[in-house]
Structure formats: C-alpha cells, structure tokens
Design a protein around this ligand. Structure first.
Ligand code: TEU
Length: 557
C-alpha cells in the first residue's frame, strides 16, 4: 500500500558479489553464482538484495572505482548475467538493488583519461577538481584534506612535457578521482545511469558516499569555519537527491523503486535530513554499528535515531525510513567486534574508525551469542534491516590473512599500519571440509581471490542448514518471526515500559512485541507480565534468559 511501501521495513541482504558464489571457476564470485544460490536467500527470508558494484572496473577498491556505469563487467558475467539474475530474483519476489558510486569514478574512466591529457583550465578538467598546488612552485597540495583511506586527498599530475602539473582531489584512493557535482554534465550523466538500470528492471540503488558529493565552495581547509567537514553534508547535496527522487518517481505507478543513501553523518539529525519528504527513501544509520556491546550505548544510539526520525516524520508528507545495520563490507564482523574481551577504549563516540577496526582479544563463542542477540534487537526496530552476507552463518572476521593476499587500498595506503577490510570479504563457505568450500565449482581453474581459512569448514552453509541449533537456522527463524509480527506493529518504540529491570538489560515494546536484551553475563528471570517468548537468541532455561542474549515476547491475544 502507499502508506506501507515494501522498502519501509524490508530485510535487505548485501551481496559482495566477488565473494558470494563463483559459477565459472575463476575464483571470483559472479552473478550466475549468485543466481544459483537464490534458494538460500529465499529460504532465509530476504525482500531484496543489494549488490556491491559489478561494473567494469580496474578493481582498485573492490569495484568502487567504476570505469563504465552502463554495463556489467564480464568478470561478473556481463550485462546478460544481470538480466538473468533480475528475472530469477523477481520470479521469487526478491528485488534487486544496484550500488551506484557518484562521488568518484575510476582513474581509467574515459572522462578522467581525457582530463589528464587536457591542459589546466580545460573543459575536460572541469568535470573533476583539478587545482594548482600551494607553495612557491605548487609543490604542496591545494588544501589539508586527508583521504578517507589515509594520506593526502590530492595527487599531483604530470604535464605532457613531463613537468609536475596540477593536483586532483580524491577523498578515497588516488585511483578514485572525485567528480565535480557543480557541473551539469555530471548531473545529467548520473540521471541517465539511473534510468538505464531502472529500464532494465532494477528496483533501486544504494548510493555510495551519498553525503559527500558536494564540497564547500573554494574547497577550504578542514575543519570548516562552523567546525564541520567542508567535504561532506553540504546543504546543496540535498538538491541532487531530490532530483534523483524525481527520476525514481517517473516510474511510480507500476513500480516502487527506492534509493538508499550511504551517509556518514556527524549527528542523527544529519542522517534523517536525507529522508525528508521528496528526498531519499532510506538512509543508513551507522551509529548503532559503531557502538560497543553495552546497554547504555545501544539505548542512547537508538534513541538518538528515533528522536531525529520523529522530527522528520511529523509533517503531512511521508518521510523515508532508516536502514538499521550491524555488518557491512566496510566493518569488522559483529561476531568479532562483540567478542572483544580486552578492547582498547574508544576515544570518542564519533571515532568510528576505532570501533570499525578494533584491536584486542576476541572470544568467538561470546561474540556469536551477542551477535545473535544484537540481531533480535536490530530486527525489532522500526525501519529496514540490512544484513551482510555471511552474518547469517555467524562468520567471524578473518584476522590473519597473509599480508601478500590483502587487497584493500587502506592496507596499501597505510603501509600495513591498518589491516583494512579484507577480513570481512573472504569468499563464503557453502559446503565441504576444504577450500574452496563450494564457493567455486569442483575442478575450478583458480583458488578463491582471498584465501579461506581451514576453520571456515565448521561454518559451511550446508552443515548449518542441517543443524537446528545453527546460526543459519536462528536467522531463518528470526526473519520469519519478524515477517509474521511486523505487519501490524506501530513505529513507536516505548523504552523500559515494563520497568528498568537491571542496568545491563534493555526492554522496549512496539505494540504487542517486547524485546528484552541482556548485555551482561548474568541470566535474567523474565517477568511474566512481559508476555510469552516467541524467540530467544540462546536456549532458555525455563523462564531464564541467559546473559548476552535477547528474547522477543508477545502478549497472547
Ligand atoms: O564507503 C565510504 C566510507 O566512508 C567508508 O569506506 C569508510 O570510510 C571506510 O570503510 C572506513 O573503514 C564507501 C564504500 O562502502 C566503501 O567500500 C568504498 O571503499 C568507499 O565508499 C569508496 O567508494
């Protein structure tokens, strides 16, 4: 219905295509591999799949460096494989979202290649941010911005005569030059990209780095005069989103397309500003993912989001919904984050990097119990829930990849100081006792692009499917219960309605659903008035919910 479009409280499953399933035996996942595993996703109970970028790319950042926005890389099966996937998914009622990367393109994109060959001040260079350097001979970068991956956000070019030339801006790797979103050609190009894929049957997009497209005029040094980042969250970025929303609305009537923004924002209000009426359908709320396993931290983070949401939802026009997320291809897997027993302290709540790249000792079984509990907490919140491939198998982060296997530009740019994000991107184990664990077909020509550890055997999908106590079967039950319960739940969350039981316990209710999460080690006797247990993340001992667990309860009607 128009009041409750499919995406409002969808379960969206993120596929890192390279690492999901390899059909052609080259050690790299592909779209036919994904299509062959739709049973798994159907049985799990996902409404939509978001595919990390699979366009032609030199692969300097796992495909987030796109050389052609209008086709699918032959490495992933080419455009015909996407057509097959869209049809097979739609036949099962599963929607397909692509990833679009508008902040930057690949250095191999024809636009950038032409800009490099053109002189300073040329129209070709105007599509990017080329500037003369500072210092007597332009030897210093134009401003003090650092790349999100470390090191300066500027790289100096070489002129045709071999002399040092202008600098170009890249908020990420040097292979990812930032596009100039003040240029009408850039705007037109991306609206054409949206229409191209919508016309091919794609149901929406996850927008990469959606808050950073517009930079403050004059590219001033960080921080800006207001203390905020001049490279992000500029008011004018919302105009771009409104234009994109209008493109999606051209298809209204027979299709319910949707746009979800990857927004890293300083406050919850900055996040919900992206889902005001007429803007994006959905925005990621990363703040919860950045919290340690702590009841006060979870409660405060969730409340910040819900309060900000109330403010944008108050008007007569419908606002979008939040995308709740605990795992992604950019973060250490939740099992390992929550299993940290001797974590180094987080310096401040907004220092995401400290939490997303934690250091310390990990207790895997404790982390697994907590990650299951966190899932029940996440799935009960009003809005969409995003899952990342492999979390339904309870996979921990692979911490000990051999150095020569690592591919993340964060690893290279930090000269090995940061391990980067490869540890959550290791190809999935599907079956069997040895690599490639069914990721590639028998007799594959090449080994998986990142080596799978031997201990992946105990996480294999087929083994877990046969075990009623497995994490996979827990995820299936949780998604089924959510589907059954959510249809008629109000968006309002009431905290601690049943009384704050203990400091380490969070209780909230949404209509007839109550969620109890125990963050501490001590079990909790569930008070009878909370209702009867529908699902618990660890085996109950009578009415006792073990520590590091969560339960859903309902009032019998
Ligand atoms: O991420 C944007 C982003 O800000 C994060 O990458 C974050 O800074 C980093 O992961 C810290 O750990 C998006 C994509 O999700 C990411 O995979 C890409 O590398 C990045 O954009 C560039 O396209």
């Amino acid at each position: 219905s128009p009041e409750r479009p499919w995406w409002r409280d969808a379960v969206v499953y993120q596929v890192y295509v390279k690492s999901f399933a390899d059909a052609d035996g080259d050690g790299t996942g592909d779209l036919d591999g994904l299509a062959s595993r739709l049973d798994h996703l159907d049985r799990l109970g996902t409404d939509a799949l978001w595919l990390s970028p699979c366009y032609p790319s030199p692969g300097r950042d796992g495909g987030y460096d796109i050389a052609d926005y209008f086709s699918i890389d032959p490495l992933y099966g080419g455009t015909a494989a996407l057509d097959r996937l869209v049809k097979a998914a739609h036949d099962r009622g599963i929607r397909i979202l692509l990833d679009i990367v508008p902040n930057h393109c690949s250095a191999e994109h024809p636009w950038f290649q032409r800009a490099l060959r053109a002189p300073a001040g040329s129209p070709e260079r105007a599509l990017f941010h080329f500037r003369d350097g500072r210092g007597a001979s332009g030897e210093l970068p134009p401003n003090n911005w650092q790349s999100m991956f470390g090191g300066p956000a500027w790289t100096r070019t070489t002129d045709a005569d071999g002399d040092p030339g202008q600098w170009y801006l890249h908020l990420f790797d040097a292979w990812q030059p930032d596009l100039n979103w003040n240029h009408p050609e850039v705007r037109e190009h991306f609206e054409a990209v949206l229409r191209h894929w919508f016309d091919k049957g794609v149901d929406g997009f996850r927008i990469d780095v959606a808050a950073m497209l517009v930079k403050a005029d004059g590219l001033p040094d960080r921080p800006g005069p207001d203390g905020l980042d001049p490279a992000a969250n500029q008011p004018a970025v919302h105009d771009i989103h409104r234009a994109w929303r209008a493109v999606a609305e051209e298809y209204a009537g027979d299709r319910e397309l949707m746009l979800v923004g990857e927004v890293w924002a300083p406050t919850a209000e900055h996040v919900t500003a992206f889902i005001r009426p007429g803007e994006l359908h959905q925005a990621f709320y990363f703040d919860l993912m950045a919290q340690p396993w702590d009841s006060a931290a979870f409660r405060a983070s969730t409340q910040r989001a819900l309060q900000a949401l109330d403010a944008v939802a108050a008007g007569p026009e419908p606002a979008g919904s939040l995308a709740w997320v605990l795992n992604s291809h950019d973060a250490h897997r939740s099992v390992s984050r929550y299993g940290l027993t001797h974590a180094e302290p987080v310096k401040s709540p907004d220092e995401m990097a400290d939490v997303l790249r934690p250091r310390g000792r990990v207790d895997i079984s404790l982390g697994q119990a907590r990650a299951r509990a966190a899932l029940l907490f996440q799935l009960a919140l009003p809005g969409a829930a995003y899952l990342y491939q492999g979390e339904e198998l309870g996979l921990p982060e692979v911490m000990d990849l051999p150095d020569d296997a690592r591919q993340d530009p964060i690893w290279t740019r930090s000269a090995g100081q940061e391990h980067g994000r490869d540890g959550c991107r290791v190809p999935l184990p599907w079956a069997g006792d040895d690599p490639p664990f069914g990721f590639s077909p028998a007799g594959a020509r090449q080994a998986p692009w990142l080596p799978q550890p031997q201990w992946f055997a105990s996480y294999a999908q087929d083994r877990q499917a046969a075990d009623p106590q497995s994490t996979l079967n827990f995820y299936r039950s949780a998604l089924a219960a959510r589907r059954a319960l959510l249809a008629d739940l109000p968006d309002e969350v009431l905290w601690g309605e049943a009384g704050q039981i203990r400091d380490d316990v969070l209780v909230f209710t949404r209509g007839r659903l109550t969620v109890v999460t125990v963050f501490g080690d001590d079990p909790l006797d569930l008070p009878e008035q909370l209702g009867h247990v529908v699902l618990a993340s660890s085996p109950m001992e009578g009415t006792r919910l073990p520590g590091n667990s969560a339960a859903w309860l309902t009032q019998s009607s």
